[in-house]
Design a protein around this ligand. Structure first.
Ligand code: AHR
Length: 534
């Protein structure tokens, strides 16, 4: 990416206007004060996780396609592996999702020819079990990401969860660890992160329970798993989304049961544009901010009531844009005689506006990095995914790929508490919102500031001024890029896979203030190297 930087550090505000056009009105401006002394906290690398469910073409025809021209020795698509590495995914939650609530993990281990075909009640599909724990873990090792497993607490319970932990984590000398070794894996999988079921508050979930019932089950399973392997980190299910009628009381009740036994509570959320209301959709990050803050308040009230020293954090292990209404209305498979293998389900094609929302959600996660210490973009390939594939054909990056890859690559270090003043606009769903949202991250060795920003105003360009105060920017090497298109609904497709890509943009310095123009509906990343004499 070329470096389009003004090398005129003393330029004034007036200069900017006059260099653009004598008669152009001064654009409105947001100001972000970057103060390295006011930290939110370190950004946990697990914030950049994703999610692979046995759903649609996420696994089959997605990561695994033995007939594909790029398939490697194990049948994994090399083109997809390369994109997953480029995306910078750090952990992957597996194998569901709703799928896990009816899954028998034993079906997916041992000789492939002996593995049963099963009906997947969650997605009305036929599961061939050609990919299971061994294959998935091997694929994941090729990406460099950490495995996060979910156990089935829908149709199963403590014993089956214990069996899976023994199979995965015990080195040798027991029946199930020996079975793993016989199945070709001498070393344990050594899985640390375990989800205690999936969305158990949802009436759609196999084995759906009340908060009391689930809390009692979760604590029992958690204790048992820890008795077997004290190194595990356990995630108890929170609400499926903030609109659930039990939202809030679910978290409180479940934590009253399980507080002492778990490390995380999960949050899930999906946003979509409804009835053409782009302004509300673009401001989805505000809803995520409130969601996180409400869950943190609930966690801490249970902590206070118990006088506990233990801190529970959030695993935001499903988040994304998902046109769920389309799925509800158009894609449901109802013919019970013919449940297909790997059907095209939930294959949302994402626009620039969707990518800006994803960017806003990443900013929300970073602004709460002290309490959200793990997260999973749902999902990874083909199913509401940043990466799409065509069987036998190419793989390409959706628009949402770019903000995620930017954040994973650059948001390493300490998230700084944003002091942001921004022009505002009104939305039907969220009231008045700041048009610009932004957060800065100080790099691990303190040699750069990375600013992530969205302009979520559907109609106005706004300048973002980054006030670096006491820091010493290296104005000659600072750089910025934007994801934007004149049409906010522009997408990357099979026919036009590179229609939308990030582009370098100019950055102007006024002393220690950097100014970048953010067009309406855009995502921006500004990297400012620092001179170290401070
Ligand atoms: O990610 C798609 C589905 O959304 C998951 O299976 C489920 O957990 C959630 O409702």
């Amino acid at each position: 990416m070329s470096n389009l930087i003004s090398r005129e550090p003393q330029m004034t505000t007036t200069d900017i206007r006059s260099s653009a056009s004598e008669s152009a009105p001064l654009r409105s401006r947001a100001v972000l004060v970057v103060d390295e002394t006011v930290a939110i906290g370190p950004v946990n690398r697990r914030l950049f996780g994703s999610f692979v469910e046995h759903l649609g073409r996420c696994v089959y025809d997605g990561i695994y396609e033995p007939e594909h021209p790029t398939a490697d020795d194990k049948g994994f698509r090399a083109d997809v592996l390369e994109l997953v590495r480029e995306l910078g995914v750090t952990t992957v939650r597996y194998p569901g999702g709703n799928f896990v609530s009816g899954y028998r993990w034993e079906d997916g281990v041992g000789p492939r020819e002996d593995r049963p075909r099963r009906l997947d009640l969650a997605w009305h599909s036929t599961e061939t079990n050609q990919v299971g724990l061994h294959e998935f873990a091997e694929w994941l090792e090729r990406t460099g990401a950490e495995l996060m497993l979910a156990v089935n607490l829908g149709t199963r319970g403590t014993q089956e969860a214990l069996d899976l932990v023994e199979y995965a984590n015990v080195r040798s000398g027991t029946a199930l660890s020996q079975q793993r070794i016989d199945n070709g894996r001498a070393e344990p999988f050594d899985v640390r992160m375990w989800c205690l079921g999936n969305e158990m508050d949802g009436p759609w979930q196999l084995g759906h329970r009340t908060a009391q019932e689930y809390g009692a089950l979760a604590v029992q399973v958690a204790r048992a798993i820890r008795q077997l392997d004290p190194r595990v980190e356990l995630i108890v299910c929170g609400s499926s989304n903030a609109e659930m009628p039990t939202f809030g009381t679910w978290e409180r009740t479940v934590l009253e049961h399980a507080y002492d036994e778990v490390d995380f509570i999960s949050c899930h959320v999906y946003y979509e544009e409804k009835d053409g209301d782009l302004a509300s959709f673009l401001a989805s990050g505000s809803a995520m901010d409130s969601f996180i803050e409400e869950i943190v308040a609930t966690i801490d009230s249970v902590k206070a009531a118990r006088r506990s020293d233990r801190q529970i954090n959030i695993s935001f292990d499903e988040w994304n844009v998902w046109y769920n209404t389309r799925f509800e209305n158009e894609e449901r498979i109802t013919d019970i005689e013919n449940w297909p293998e790997a059907p095209r389900l939930l294959e949302d094609s994402y626009s620039v506006a969707d990518a800006v929302v994803v960017g806003g959600l990443l900013i929300s996660l970073l602004k709460h990095a002290d309490r959200v210490t793990a997260a999973s973009l749902a999902q990874l390939v083909n199913v509401i995914a940043p990466i799409m594939t065509e069987p036998g054909g190419p793989a390409w990056r959706q628009t949402t790929f770019f903000p995620f890859a930017d954040a994973s690559r650059l948001a390493r270090g300490t998230a700084l508490r944003p002091r942001l003043s921004s022009p505002e606009h009104s939305t039907a769903e969220h009231g008045t919102v700041a048009s610009i949202d932004s957060v800065a991250v100080l790099s691990e060795n303190g040699d750069a500031i990375h600013v992530f920003a969205v302009n979520r105003n559907p109609g106005s360009s706004i300048d973002l001024e980054i006030d670096l105060r006491n820091l010493h920017p290296d104005t000659g090497t600072a750089r910025a890029h934007l994801l934007h298109a004149d049409d906010p609904y522009a997408k990357n497709t099979l026919e036009r896979p590179e229609r939308v890509t990030p582009k370098a943009t100019s950055l102007i310095f006024e002393d220690t203030r950097a100014i970048v123009a953010l067009p309406a509906v855009s995502w921006a990343v500004i990297t400012i190297p620092l001179l170290l004499q401070r």
